[in-house]
Ligand binder design. Structure first.
Ligand SMILES: NC(=O)c1ccc[n+]([C@@H]2O[C@H](COP(=O)([O-])OP(=O)(O)OC[C@H]3O[C@@H](n4cnc5c(N)ncnc54)[C@H](OP(=O)(O)O)[C@@H]3O)[C@@H](O)[C@H]2O)c1
Length: 326
């Protein structure tokens, strides 16, 4: 497993590095933000609940302080209390495209560049629901809103040859043939078809990453499966179901015991993609990384450039129809 301490540290007083992370208040995102902060980044945590984010900021500040004391190896090595970054909250609800637009405008006003954008927020296998923008909720939260957010922030990313990292999932492999994004998989039982909706959203994220890499080769665009991280809130819909919830909790614990990684280990793939100086646009753009930051191959469907282009065009048209010009 990657040791994040081998990744570069920056001094914010000398080199202002900016990161934007969606859903950084819990789970994998929490550790992603912690490490970026330890590495000297100014981090914008984008999320929908100000109370949860304030709480996460306090916890991350305390954890970072503890780690600096435990791990003070002298100037230049490991995190240092003098070279910590800073943490800021941006309101972002991915189920509301207008809110996505407002969040990106706020960042555009505050900064002139972004070094790293991590599209981390997500939901998994929830019941079928349509957002007020008229998209299936997993498709909008995991993919469409991140597409809009990325496109709006692109000028700042291009300004400094930044990086875009999108958290997909091994679950994207469930899309074993290309399915149109307009298909909502509104079939019963939900317990089965909800996984197809998740797979479509996560395949679309990889396709969009590949298209971004082709269209904007000055920005390094990567997608990630973080590992099986069973103790995050991603599974809470299932574990909180009456009666059968306990069965799912047990099942997830067993899977986690044999195949899982910790929440912190789940952040390593994103961190490698965000910080590793050996990754470059020339040789790595559009690639897919998995648990711990290992380079891997995404599904056959997600690698088809023609289908990726269809997904891109469909998304641009859908956003245009709702008044969001790309
Ligand atoms: N855990 C795994 O095993 C696993 C495996 C493969 C891929 N992934 C992917 O990794 C990413 C992080 O997952 P995780 O396990 O850390 O999940 P998590 O603990 O549930 O965290 C998800 C984050 O997304 C945020 N979020 C959800 N809906 C949102 C919305 N409408 N607007 C803004 N933010 C929203 C949540 O905010 P709230 O706290 O406000 O709900 C939370 O901060 C996800 O994209 C997931 O699909 C995870």
């Amino acid at each position: 497993m990657l040791d994040p301490r081998i990744l570069p540290y920056y001094n914010p007083a000398v080199n202002r590095k900016i990161a934007v992370v969606t859903g950084g208040n819990t789970g994998i995102g929490w550790y992603t933000v912690l490490h970026l902060y330890l590495h000297g980044f100014v981090v914008y945590i984008c999320g929908r609940n100000s109370h949860k984010i304030s709480k996460a900021i306090q916890e991350i500040l305390a954890e970072a302080k503890k780690r600096c004391h435990e791990d003070d190896n002298g100037p230049g090595l490991g995190p240092s209390i003098q070279r910590l970054g800073s943490l800021h909250y941006i309101h972002l609800d991915l189920t509301d495209l207008k809110c996505v637009e407002r969040a990106s405008l706020k960042i555009l006003k505050l900064e002139d560049h972004i070094d790293v954008l991590i599209n981390n927020a997500g939901i998994m296998a929830v019941p079928l629901e349509m957002t007020k923008d008229g998209f299936e909720v997993q498709l909008q939260t995991n993919y469409i809103s991140h597409f809009l957010f990325t496109m709006r922030l692109l000028p700042l990313l291009r300004h400094c040859h930044g990086r875009v990292i999108s958290l997909s999932s091994i679950g994207h492999h469930l899309e074993f043939m290309y399915w149109k994004l307009s298909k909502t998989w509104d079939y019963k039982p939900n317990m089965l078809f909800t996984w197809f909706r998740y797979a479509v959203s996560k395949t679309a994220l990889i396709q969009c990453t590949k298209m971004l890499a082709i269209k904007y080769p000055d920005v390094l665009c990567l997608s990630v499966h973080p590992g099986l991280v069973m103790n995050t809130n991603l599974f809470s819909y299932w574990t909180r179901l009456p009666i059968v919830g306990i069965f799912f909790w047990l099942l997830f614990q067993v899977v986690g015991f044999f195949f899982g990684v910790s929440n912190e280990q789940g952040s390593l793939a994103s961190l490698k993609c965000a910080l590793d100086p050996n990754l470059s646009v020339e040789k790595d753009n559009g690639k897919y990384f998995t648990t711990g930051g290992k380079e891997s191959k995404s599904s056959y469907v997600s690698n088809n450039v023609d289908e990726a282009a269809s997904t891109w065009i469909w998304t641009v048209h859908q956003l245009r129809d709702r008044g969001f010009e790309i």
